[in-house]
Design a protein around this ligand. Sequence first.
Ligand code: ADP
Ligand code: MG
Length: 328
Amino acid sequence: MITVEALTKAFGPVRAVDGISFELAEGEALALIGPSGCGKSTTLRMINRLIEPSAGRVLIDGVDTTSIPPATLRLRMGYAIQGIGLFPHRTVAQNIATVPRLLGWPRARIAARVEELLDLFGLPPAVFARKYPHELSGGQQQRVGVARAMAGKPAVLLMDEPFGALDPITRTRLQDEFLAIRRRMGTTVLIVTHDMDEAFKLADRLAVMEKGRIVQLDTPEALLRHPASAFVESLIGSEDRGLKLLSLAGVTALMQPATGWTAEADGTFRKAGADASLAPLSASASLREAASRLVFAGVDELPVVDEAGAMVGAIAMERIIAFGGGGR
Ligand code: ADP
Ligand code: MG
């Protein structure tokens, strides 16, 4: 879908972006991650031609973007940035309708799209469609910004620190919502962030940038298990690498058949010979949650249940420890 080849931008003597290459497949989410000033935003802005490259090229579906007029190109690429420029004198609905209107969609289709996005982002149309940006909280404005960027069903969504400048709770909620929406719509995303946890959460692969170059491009698990350099390792945060690894995988990945457990009437489970019964773990839990519960309960095994509360297996601490084990 998007191919970036040896893309370079020099500002005077400074090479803000220095010959970077990567590919973004349809439906994939790739994060550009790295410290402030490493060239993330400049890269993003060369892709939608807000900045013209000094060298290298960008292809969209095999077509060199320099052969596409910038205005046309930008209609095909959603762009959401931190603390964004919503149009202050246009309502929420009008803001979201910007690109569909420029694309000449029929009125009814625009109205349906606006409604769909407001619903998806948890902003009931009856309450929010006619509000103006200044009547919204920071988190609501950010939601509208992302909804606006997605409105025209862009081939790719470019996001530059879209959830920055929000309090941690709102930020987490927006990330969760965005993740669910992206999975549902299959949107192709290129997201810029300096927050490794955000990148791990939202992206399928991460391109770690240092001084204008990509120093490692890998899946979250590969980055955690095999950081290419001390720089990448420091960015990941060496102390809680193990816990981050456990966050990436679900408990069902390591589940075994549950033997010797019986269900109690109150929804808890008792292991044969044990004097206390235990609350089970949900099958949707991560290995990190499983480890936390095991430690807190002070046991080496917990039953796992499905949504209906039926036991589907058991998770053992032993296996969770063996899942790491690369850092000796
Ligand atoms: P990031 O988004 O990773 O924080 P940027 O892409 O914004 O980094 O900037 C990369 C480098 O390019 C920085 O050193 C920045 O100061 C420089 N830079 C960015 N834009 C300009 C510009 N318009 N003129 C001169 N230097 C710039
Ligand atoms: Mg930036």
